[in-house]
Design a protein around this ligand. Structure first.
Ligand code: FAD
Ligand code: FES
Length: 275
């Protein structure tokens, strides 16, 4: 349920903090008021005295008594978030944005491609797709991270590979000599070769760092995916989150309000989509 005053952060208890990789942590949060979100929407997390930043919940949308956000340490606010301890209080605004139009994927073949910290929104999306697996003709997942040490949700995604109702392949750019790594080695685009898929009507959802989304989209187009069937999650610098301040403007769109999920078709003519 959306917060009535979108500028007011809701007091939120930090139930737990999990270290995922050397630079990524997941916070389990319990807002004082129930917040439900659609997969792919985002929230603004406020750290008292440090500011706020947008994050896409990484947890199952149908779980409404707590929410998880997975945060990569890149700068001032995320550095402070990484210092937050279990039991402390933070603020949370949202949810904002459109989220993934999962109903539109019904009766279609669906391919999800995740890279690096893009696994956070992708995890929430995969939970939603697993919950509705009978709705789709076929579900494929292709995920890539830099190395086994930096592989987000390593144990969980290893379980996905074993599922009979999902065709999942994982890869790392380099295995750093880690003999326990059971996935592939190579860029995420390399594990898109040879997929058995209905490229004409199938849906592809891509989430990851801009450079990964750029090359993955080019690869999907080469394979025969159609522009309106490729969904991208766009990250722009944000402030208000509700289409008022103009910080996130991209052409005719406000990414916070009209996105962050866009079809490639709707944004491909803008020069700055991969920045
Ligand atoms: C809709 C949306 C969802 C996001 N979801 C997640 C998520 O689930 N997990 C996660 O770790 N990160 C996510 N991000 C990115 C996250 O918001 C930024 O990493 C964070 O705002 C950086 O804040 P900072 O003060 O630590 O870094 P800063 O000190 O402000 O900057 C450090 C670096 O991060 C870049 N940056 C700063 N703000 C943003 C921003 N709003 N978006 C993109 N890059 C930014 C800067 O260009 C700079 O390179 C999301 C961003 C958006 C817009
Ligand atoms: S963040 Fe203010 S208009 Fe989008």
């Amino acid at each position: 349920m959306p917060n009535k005053n979108p500028y007011r952060p809701i007091k939120t208890e930090v139930l737990d903090v999990l270290t995922e990789t050397p630079i990524i942590k997941t916070l389990k949060l319990k807002p004082a008021e129930q917040i439900t979100f659609k997969t792919g929407q985002f929230i603004e997390l406020t750290i008292p005295g440090a500011g706020e930043a947008p994050f896409t919940p990484s947890s199952r949308p149908s779980v409404t008594d707590m929410m998880e956000v997975t945060v990569m340490k890149v700068g001032k606010v995320t550095e402070k978030i990484h210092r937050v301890k279990k039991g402390e209080t933070v603020g949370l605004r949202g949810p904002f944005g459109n989220g993934y139009p999962v109903d539109d994927f019904k009766d279609k073949e669906v391919l999800v491609v995740g890279g690096g910290c893009g696994f956070a929104p992708v995890r929430s999306l995969m939970y939603e797709l697993f919950d509705r697996i009978g709705d789709f003709k076929k579900l494929l997942f292709r995920g890539g991270c830099k190395s086994p040490t930096e592989f987000l949700y390593k144990n969980e995604t290893a379980e996905w590979v074993k599922r009979k109702d999902l065709d999942a392949v994982l890869t790392v750019d380099t295995d750093d000599g880690d003999k326990t790594w059971e996935g592939r080695v190579g860029l995420v685009t390399s594990i898109l070769d040879g997929i058995n898929f209905d490229f004409n009507t199938g849906i592809a959802i891509v989430c990851g760092p801009p450079v990964m989304m750029k090359f993955t989209t080019a690869k999907l187009l080469d394979l025969g995916f159609r522009d309106p069937n490729i969904y991208l999650s766009i990250e722009k610098n944000m402030s208000c989150g509700i289409g008022k301040c103009g910080h996130c403007r991209m052409g005719e769109y406000y990414v916070c309000k009209d996105g962050p999920v866009f079809t490639y078709d709707s944004i491909k003519n803008y020069p700055d989509i991969w920045e």
